[in-house]
Write a protein that binds this ligand. Structure first.
Ligand code: FAD
Ligand code: SF4
Length: 456
């Protein structure tokens, strides 16, 4: 291929990574906001994990007070601009809209996006820090949970330092969720809102490596662990070391931080797993020009953890799903490159301890499919080493907390977000991480003020 053809090809692929959904126009936003019934005791507010006053922000759009609308949203949810794009709204706010019974629900997510996009475009600063109270908090991790906690603590007058391992903050909003659903600029704006309040973000600082746990423990009044989860675990099958086998989190991250290339052009890609990450990896592969993308899942559609809207999105992108199919071996050639994947057919047996029906292999049902790349998306591992350096109780890397106070087994250490998700605890969603961040901030404040009272 000539250099010129190649660059126009790559340019074409880059366009695939631009945001898919266009925002509402002013006229559309006005019309949609005027459809809202502004219910008293609105069920949508209860269905939003961050309890945004939805009727109020919609009414402000209708009356032309878009800044006020953005403030109402961001007050309740410090990552409300990202949430407007990634929340499973049909399961949350929009699912609870009373108009579901008659016509169609109000497009709450899209209206939220309209107001927050306006604030982004008009460079609005929405909040002021509270007066200093002389207490300090170290937050480890600058994802949705850490940023939300930082914002609330700063409004309460704490000196807040976020330690962030990466070059930028925003966590999975910045590096994990694909850019055609959530552009990085949106996440950066939310980080900027927090920094503008005087929260210090120490970038490229991995606690436990670049700075010791001891230093953090000795230098701050309180510590909040908002470290999320780590890499995709190994599947434990032969061939995982071959060239062309990827960790889905790293794979998606590359499409967000590195130039787009044509390396997937015309390729056959197998994605293993059927959660958020698998869908994002599969749709990214399609956008990188892959000829065929299949998601392999050992259970059925009913058990998959991806949201319905993600499933529909992937299907529209042409992603194929192979249910009840488990990989047993990744096949490679003599040069060490992936050439296929050997799978086995599964069936569902009785439910295990977790209440989910267990997949079991069907004898003599192995078969091989051709593949040029295999992307592993079977969940995420935990930062067990760091958790143990803090000497915190955990269950397989899920930090144990007091469910009401977010306090860990050490009195001055709190934890929230994906770091406490799992083993039947919490939910891995941006909006729940945001709420937990807020709740941990209030719990820290409650402990700080009660200690003060005791000492008075
Ligand atoms: C591919 C993918 C797609 C998803 N899609 C959706 C979606 O559509 N909708 C939705 O609601 N949710 C989605 N999720 C889930 C959502 O992104 C998470 O639940 C949410 O980001 C959790 O926030 P958090 O702040 O707890 O963790 P994270 O976002 O993971 O942030 C943790 C931060 O801590 C930092 N960190 C870790 N260790 C250290 C250390 N030792 N020192 C300093 N910093 C450290 C990390 O660099 C990171 O910035 C998706 C997740 C993935 C992986
Ligand atoms: S934050 Fe999410 S759940 Fe809450 S109102 Fe906005 S889109 Fe709905």
């Amino acid at each position: 291929m000539s250099g010129c053809n190649q660059s126009s090809l790559v340019e074409g692929l880059m366009k695939n990574f631009q945001e898919v959904q266009v925002g509402l126009t002013k006229q559309e936003a006005l019309e949609e906001s005027n459809r809202c019934l502004y219910c008293y005791d609105a069920p949508c507010i209860n269905a939003c994990p961050t309890s945004i006053d939805i009727p109020s922000f919609i009414k402000k759009i209708a009356s032309g007070n878009v800044k006020g609308s953005a403030k109402t949203i961001m007050q309740a949810n410090p990552v409300g601009a990202s949430c407007s794009r990634v929340c499973p709204t049909e399961e949350l706010c929009e699912g609870a809209c009373v108009l579901n019974h008659s016509t169609k629900p109000i497009m709450i997510g899209n209206l939220q996006r309209y107001a927050t996009d306006w604030a982004i475009q008009n460079e609005q600063v929405l909040f002021e820090p509270g007066s200093e109270n002389g207490k300090s908090v170290a937050i480890i991790g600058g994802g949705p949970a850490g940023l939300s906690a930082a914002r609330e603590l700063r409004l309460l007058g704490y000196q807040v330092t976020i330690f962030e391992a990466e070059e930028k903050a925003g966590g999975l909003n910045t590096y994990g969720i694909v850019s055609f659903r959530l552009p990085q600029a949106v996440s950066y704006w939310e980080v900027q809102q927090v920094e503008q309040l005087g929260v210090k973000i120490q970038y490229n600082t991995r606690i436990g490596q670049d700075l010791s746990v001891e230093d953090v423990m000795n230098n701050f009044d309180f510590i909040l662990l908002a470290i999320g989860m780590s890499k995709v675990p190994n599947i434990g099958i032969a061939g995982e070391e071959l060239a062309g086998v990827y960790d889905a989190i790293d794979f998606v991250k590359e499409t967000k931080v590195k130039p787009i290339t044509d390396r997937f052009m015309g390729k056959k890609v197998m994605v293993i797993g059927a959660g958020n990450t698998a869908i994002d990896a599969a749709t990214c592969s399609v956008r990188l020009g892959a000829e065929n993308v299949k998601i392999l899942y050992r259970r059925t559609k009913e058990e998959m953890t991806a949201y319905d809207f993600e499933y529909e999105f992937a299907k529209q992108d042409g992603v194929e799903f192979r249910w009840l199919t488990a990989p047993v071996r990744i096949v490679g050639d003599e040069q060490g490159n992936v050439t296929g994947i050997e799978c086995i057919k599964m069936k569902l047996d009785s439910a295990g301890d977790d209440g989910r029906r267990r997949p079991v292999p069907i004898q003599d049902s192995k078969f091989i499919m051709e593949a040029d790349a295999v992307i592993k998306a079977i969940g995420q591992t935990r930062y067990i080493e760091l958790i143990e350096q803090f000497e915190l109780l955990h269950d397989g890397g899920v930090i144990k907390i007091n469910q009401e106070t977010y306090q860990t087994s050490k009195a001055k250490v709190f934890a929230c977000g994906d770091a406490i998700f799992g083993k039947g605890q919490g939910e891995a969603m941006v909006v729940s991480a945001a709420q937990q961040g807020k709740d941990s901030a209030y719990a820290i404040h409650k402990l700080a003020t009660s200690t003060e009272l005791e000492m008075a």
